[in-house]
Design a protein around this ligand. Sequence first.
Ligand SMILES: *Cc1c(COP(=O)(O)O)cnc(C)c1O
Length: 352
Amino acid sequence: MSKFWSPLVKDLVPYVPGEQPKLSKLVKLNTNENPYGPSPKALAAMQAEIGDSLRLYPDPNSDLLKQTVANYYGVQPAQVFVGNGSDEVLAHLFYGLFKQDLPILFPDITYSFYPVYCGLYGIQYETVALADDFSLDVSAYAKPNGGIIFANPNAPTGRLLALDEIRCLLELNRESVVVIDEAYIDFGGQSAISLVNDFPNLLVTQTLSKSRSLAGLRVGLAVGHAELIEALERVKNSFNSYPLDRMAIVGAAAAFADDDYFIDTCSKVIESRNEVTTALAALGFNVVPSAANFIFASHPARDAATLAQGLREQGVIVRHFKAARIDQYLRITIGTPEQNQALLEALKPLCA
Ligand SMILES: *Cc1c(COP(=O)(O)O)cnc(C)c1O
């Protein structure tokens, strides 16, 4: 703390990202990165962009990428917003859509960045408790609110809310914005983007960090009614005109264009998730049904923090949250078959 800080900074409670260890030998299953590399076509597009053109600013509107995403989802480019990671997209939508008189609503267990944005922008919020099995009951959101947001599949639980339930929530809630954070949707769910033309208050966010294996590039997006998108553009153009650099624009567009690679790598992750789920159950874990690229599991006879520490001592890192209701769970990212094997080998002596 310094006397030079603004009063606002003094009270901020920042988000704590998962560790990015400097040691490369670790089996890193803690931040839900994709174990397979980005599309070779995305890498080639980015390499081709490195040259004299870097002296010029990028397209401030990222039109190439917006058009590519619009084609992919069958919407208009004016219904697409892109940003420097979906975290930045979320930051802009909290400011541009959620700063209202009524509190916004989100589950008590969900992406822990949401309360951080509320703190940054002075947005009131109320949490709505998930059921004991971490499922979400949409009828619990039928009350006056300044907006609703949750991740689907949820994080860190991995549980999926079916598309017809989301439609039901939207029918119950037409007077405020509903945001579905689909960071993990490609690993087993159906995107709510198919509903944006029916509900002008629906905004869906996605990221290229997980299913498209480009966490290091920082590209995220939102799809919704053009008027919601315009709110985000107004915030973005009051903050940073060029959130996506030249490499990010061409790399992300090429990744979206390479559907074969995308489908192949997502299928491999899903197959591994099913295998790891079975193996963890055999070790005695209770595994929450997951539609994401990670598994949320607890062991009835072993303390989760102790397990995480025991894994770390064997070079395997997973995520443990010291938070209410979930402090006996581990969130384990699905890795390559070799990494998953290393995880299971390291868990065996800890669970015996
Ligand atoms: C990873 C993640 C994000 C952020 O993704 P970036 O595009 O890398 O900023 C957003 N929401 C959820 C639920 C996530 O898990």
